[in-house]
Design a protein around this ligand. Structure first.
Ligand code: SAH
Ligand code: SF4
Length: 367
């Protein structure tokens, strides 16, 4: 059994895959110590503050066919929608008025000129109508260099979230169709491009995928280290009956184990990377009503209150049992405020909550 000091030593000085794997497998007594260590590191390096990113699930139209995802192109059982310009602006204005300070716009992946043009004009309007005060995160999949450069340099987008999904190329190929639209290399190159363009770069993985081992997850953590990420958004994989991976549902880890592994992943990342931003993912709450609070208690410091109009929510079902489908933005705000207060954290209203790591990384670059 490792004590707190030993865990810090193992993870903060030249961490090895075998040690990370051991800690990922921690349960009961050892897990308690791991999670407590992470809570202490969080309060020391980023404080007990949680920042909001108001989540706008802009459209469920997607040109891709990831085998795990409920809104994949070939799922015909779904009503496809795109929010109107006014609905997006209203969501942004709500976030601005309520001092969320940041929003995240997420959607299925489209690369058409029309889609890119629409996002561009929406960003222009959001900036104009909020006096450039909202920190904007995009999560719109792989886009061209020209597009990403324009959004960053002309429209001031601060952050981009692109999960690598798994850093293991073979596993990536098993959970995606085998064509050039779903290329591991392309995903990785886009992450590198985001870094080159000076975005605050967020990535992450799904935890408990079919065929995934705990060693794979340890490699994912070393991938985050190698990439020197600013943000991590990761959560349990949750099967969806209208997707190809559903056929492996009987081979998956039980939900409670995926949940515990996710807590351990968050804790290890907090201890190793100290000053990055880590998201408490909604998928944690799909498994346990207190999932996001627990994630916050063991190291997460970002939460994404949903701003998507209620009528669209049941059609943005990436996975089953997604919570809060019958709620509206105001209800989500009140509910999260209460939940976060119970964790002993404060909400960073009115603050962008940029990753401290982004600035320390820039500083290291200058030296
Ligand atoms: N289209 C964009 C953003 C929307 S999908 C993209 O793919 O990057 C956002 C995230 O949802 C994905 O990165 C994936 O990690 C997650 N996701 C999709 N299906 C899931 C499932 N069945 N269980 C858990 N997370 C899932
Ligand atoms: Fe589309 Fe993203 Fe789902 Fe893949 S994960 S099918 S790109 S929405």
């Amino acid at each position: 059994m490792y004590d707190q000091e030993k865990i810090i030593e193992l993870l903060q000085t030249n961490p090895q895959k075998a040690d990370i794997t051991d800690l990922l497998n921690a349960n009961e007594g050892q897990q308690k110590i791991l999670l407590k260590t992470a809570a202490d590191v969080k309060s020391k390096y980023v404080g007990n503050i949680v920042y909001f990113r108001g989540l706008v699930e802009y459209s469920n139209i997607c040109g891709k066919n990831c085998k795990y995802c409920g809104i994949r192109k070939d799922n015909k059982k779904l009503c496809r929608y795109t929010m109107t310009d006014q609905e997006v602006i209203d969501a942004a204005l709500y976030a601005h008025r309520e001092k969320y300070a940041s929003i995240a716009i997420q959607a299925g992946e489209l690369n058409t000129e029309k889609f890119v043009g629409k996002i561009t004009s929406l960003l222009e309007r959001i900036n104009a109508e909020t006096n450039n005060e909202l920190g904007i995160t995009l999560s719109l999949g792989e886009q061209s260099e020209e597009t990403l450069k324009m959004w960053k340099e002309k429209l001031g987008v601060r952050r981009y979230l692109l999960r690598i999904e798994t850093s293991n190329r073979e596993l990536y190929e098993k959970i995606h169709p085998n064509d050039e639209k779903h290329s591991y290399q392309q995903r990785l190159d886009t992450l590198k491009l985001l870094r080159k363009l000076n975005y605050q770069v967020g990535t992450g993985v799904m935890i408990g995928l079919p065929f995934q081992t705990v060693e794979n997850l340890a490699e994912d953590i070393l991938f985050f280290k190698n990439f020197d990420v600013d943000m991590i958004g990761m959560g349990p994989y949750i099967e969806h009956s209208d997707t190809p991976l559903y056929e492996y549902k009987d081979q998956l880890l039980p939900l409670a184990e995926r949940y515990n592994l996710t807590l351990n992943m968050i804790a290890i990342c907090r201890i190793m990377f100290k000053d990055i931003n880590i998201v408490a993912s909604t998928a944690m709450q799909a498994i346990d009503p207190k999932g996001r609070e627990e994630a916050i208690m063991v190291g997460a410091n970002i939460i994404m209150p949903n701003l998507t109009p209620q009528k669209f929510r049941e059609n943005y079902l990436l996975y089953q049992n997604k919570p809060c489908l019958n709620e509206d933005a105001h209800h989500c705000k009140k509910c999260l405020e209460k939940r976060i207060r119970l964790t002993g954290n404060e909400i960073g209203y009115g603050e962008w909550g940029d990753a401290k790591h982004y600035f320390s990384r820039q500083f290291r670059k200058l030296k």
